[in-house]
Design a protein around this ligand. Structure first.
Ligand code: ZN
Length: 227
C-alpha cells in the first residue's frame, strides 16, 4: 500500500513537472531558445491586446526600430480589433496564446481545437499573413494539446528568460532589466507581460532594449530567430 502510494505520488509529480516544462513536450516541436553565438534575442509579449498598453509597447518598439513577437488571446483580439490591427500593421510577428487563456492541460480535443482555431481566425482576420506559432497559457501542456499542435504543424514557443515575479513581489523596471541582463544569452527568448496595465513591465521593456543594444544585441522575431 505504501509502495503503491509512493509510486502514485512520484507519477503525479512527474506528470506535473512535464506539464510545466519549458524544455520538453511529449510530441511536436517545442522551442525554448536557439543555439547560436550571434548576439540575437527575441522579445515576446504575452496576453492582450489591451487598449493603451498596446500603444505604449508599440511606441517603445517603433522608437527603437525593434521587431518583436506578440502572443495574443482570441477573446482580447475580438474585444480590441483596433489594437490587434496596429500590431499587425507595425510588422510584428503574431502568435496564438489561446482564446480564453485557461489552462489547457486537461481540455478535451474538441475544446483544444476550438481554442486554437477561433484564435487563428482572429489573427487572420486582422490581416496577418505570417506564420502562427503557439504559446500555451501558463506554459501548461500535457498530452492532448501537444498532440493536436503536432497534427496542425504548429510549433510551441516557450522562453528561457522571464524576469517578472508573479508571487506578489513588487519589482521596479530597473530590477526587471537587471534580471534580464543577468540571465540573457545569445539566442534567448525573453518573455514579458506588458498588457493589462502593467506599466512597470512597459517601462522595463524600454530599459531592456536600450541595455541589450548597448551590449551589442540585436532584436528579431521568433520566426527570424528560428530561421
Ligand atoms: Zn498568458
Amino acid at each position: 500500500m505504501a509502495i503503491a502510494l509512493g509510486v502514485a505520488l512520484l507519477l503525479g509529480v512527474g506528470v506535473y513537472k512535464l506539464s510545466n516544462s519549458r524544455r520538453i513536450q511529449v510530441v511536436g516541436e517545442l522551442i525554448q531558445r536557439v543555439a547560436t553565438t550571434d548576439k540575437v534575442v527575441a522579445l515576446t509579449f504575452d496576453d492582450g491586446p489591451t487598449p493603451g498598453d498596446t500603444e505604449a509597447v508599440l511606441q517603445t518598439l517603433a522608437e527603437r526600430k525593434v521587431m518583436a513577437t506578440f502572443f495574443l488571446c482570441g477573446a482580447s483580439m475580438h474585444d480590441h480589433p483596433a489594437q490587434t490591427k496596429e500590431i499587425v500593421a507595425a510588422g510584428h510577428q503574431v502568435g496564438n496564446h489561446s482564446w480564453s487563456h485557461r489552462r489547457m492541460w486537461f481540455m478535451t480535443p474538441t475544446e483544444v481545437r476550438r481554442e486554437l482555431d477561433d484564435t487563428d481566425e482572429m489573427i487572420r482576420d486582422s490581416g496577418y499573413q505570417g506564420r502562427i506559432d503557439f504559446r500555451p497559457p501558463y506554459g501548461k501542456k500535457l498530452l492532448v494539446l501537444p498532440w493536436i499542435l503536432r497534427e496542425r504543424g504548429t510549433r510551441t514557443i516557450t522562453w528561457d528568460v522571464s524576469p517578472e515575479d508573479f508571487s506578489g513581489v513588487e519589482q521596479t523596471p530597473e530590477q526587471l532589466r537587471d534580471i534580464v541582463l543577468d540571465t540573457v544569452r545569445p539566442g534567448s527568448i525573453i518573455l514579458l507581460h506588458p498588457m493589462n496595465g502593467r506599466t512597470r513591465t512597459q517601462e522595463a521593456t524600454a530599459l531592456i532594449i536600450d541595455s541589450l543594444t548597448q551590449e551589442g544585441y540585436r532584436f528579431v522575431t521568433v520566426a527570424e530567430l528560428t530561421n
